[in-house]
Ligand binder design. Structure first.
Ligand SMILES: *Cc1c(COP(=O)(O)O)cnc(C)c1O
Length: 412
């Protein structure tokens, strides 16, 4: 008699049982602590920072957590980036170097300052800006570099800061990351964080600018509160965080050290396990000066040539096994239609704005490969699971590797 039960080695994509059928940890994590904090702010009747204590307390607590002197809390990470650019005095037509492997907000903030984003390729080991390529892109108009700590991996800040051009750290993925012994956010001129719902510290929407430079701090404060403290010298805007956001963040911040330690430990385990799988290469965090990885994303490199299998098929097979793998940012930002046709609304070149220069694909070969073939990531909440569950991530890659010849002909 022929058995109709699939053996355990059968891929879930082909009708076998998934290795990880149970759900991964929920995000966000909260309980009575958050309820107490939000009710405290609500019942105080002080819902704005002009009269309440929460936003100021959060600024100081988070700055301390990131080992930085000053913080200005904002409604979101996008506004934090805009404030950082304004504080540096970015003017219309100035050039700002950005990576194309990031969330669109990094680049949008530059355009909304009427400046010109210049896309520079990423490094194949870190997936962050490649300083050697940055060196080639600097012109007399370059006024700032935005270094995105992609997924929580610190960018090569020593090399990027050595150009003598102000570096803004986009640390939206990097709460708690440590670069060569220092927490990120206060190493460049300014550091920006997001507290949007998916981020590792979250109040739905929120952000902060950090700096160790008192003069820059005062400029950020003035730009964020309609010129506050500038004697009418700075116009500014209203980019204040509410007290309810700040109260929620203060409660969430008490959880962050334990969560960050767990993600860091699970990420290291995954590095060790995945390094043993053919055609999978973890990013070499130790050689990149990453002492602690914030892990908003666990990125790894998939080699289509070794696997003889498209990345999309590998990812489908992983997801069928219950492993939440995504292909990362599957299109370089410069390929978005809006950057191709440069219709930026009020910042459009035809209205006096300075449209982003066209970026030729050939300028960013690493970006092309990572976006279209190589990059894979797993979201931060999966790294909050038990260590045994993290082992199943690696086991799933072995299972798929052992069945890759079957998958090569799979037409599902
Ligand atoms: C989330 C994010 C931002 C923007 O933050 P918001 O809080 O969503 O405005 C900026 N840069 C990167 C890399 C991000 O992931």
């Amino acid at each position: 008699m022929v058995s109709t039960v699939a053996p355990p080695s059968t891929l879930a994509l082909l009708g076998g049982s998934p290795l990880h059928p149970q759900p991964w940890p929920d995000w966000p994590v909260w309980d009575g602590r958050e309820e107490e904090a939000v009710l405290r702010a609500l019942r105080s009747g002080h819902w704005g920072r002009l009269t309440g204590p929460e936003a100021a307390a959060f600024e100081s607590e988070f700055a301390t957590f990131q080992e930085c002197r000053y913080g200005v809390a904002t409604p979101c990470g996008t506004t934090a980036l805009k404030l950082a650019l304004l504080a540096l005095g970015i003017q219309a037509g100035d050039e700002v170097i950005v990576p194309p492997y990031t969330f669109v907000a990094t680049v949008g903030a530059v355009i909304q300052c009427n400046a010109v984003p210049v896309f520079v390729d990423i490094h194949p080991d870190s997936y962050c800006l490649d300083p050697a390529r940055v060196a080639e892109a600097i012109t007399p108009k370059t006024r700032a570099i935005i270094a995105v700590h992609l997924g929580g991996m610190p960018a090569d800040l020593d090399a990027l800061c050595a150009f003598g051009i102000p570096v803004i750290e986009d640390a939206s993925h990097a709460h708690g990351s440590v670069y060569k012994g220092r927490k990120v956010g206060g190493i460049g001129a300014l550091g920006c964080f997001s507290f949007q719902a998916s981020k590792n510290l979250n109040c739905g929407e929120g952000g902060i600018v950090l700096t160790n430079d008192e003069a820059l701090y005062k400029k950020v404060r003035a730009e964020s509160e309609w010129g506050a403290g500038s004697n009418g010298q700075i116009l500014g805007s209203n980019f204040r965080m509410t007290e309810l956001q700040a109260a929620l963040l203060r409660a969430q911040l008490t959880r962050l050290p334990e969560q960050a330690a767990r993600r860091d430990a699970n990420g290291k385990t995954l590095d060790t396990l995945l390094a043993q799988v053919p055609g999978i290469r973890p990013l070499p965090r130790a050689t990149l000066g990453c002492y602690v990885h914030g892990y908003h994303l666990y990125s790894f490199r998939y080699d289509e040539a070794v696997w003889e299998l498209p990345r999309a098929t590998f990812i489908r097979a992983m997801r069928a096994e219950g492993i939440p793998v995504d292909p990362g940012y599957a299109s370089p930002l410069y390929d978005w239609p809006v950057f191709a046709h440069k219709h930026f609304g009020p910042w459009d070149a035809s209205r006096g704005g300075f449209a982003a220069p066209g970026v030729h694909r050939a300028n960013c070969p690493v970006m092309e490969r990572v976006s279209h073939h190589e990059g894979c990531w797993i979201k931060q909440s999966a790294l909050l699971a038990e260590s045994q569950e993290v082992h199943l991530i690696a086991e799933a890659t072995h299972k798929i590797w052992n069945n890759r010849d079957v998958l090569a002909t799979f037409q599902g």
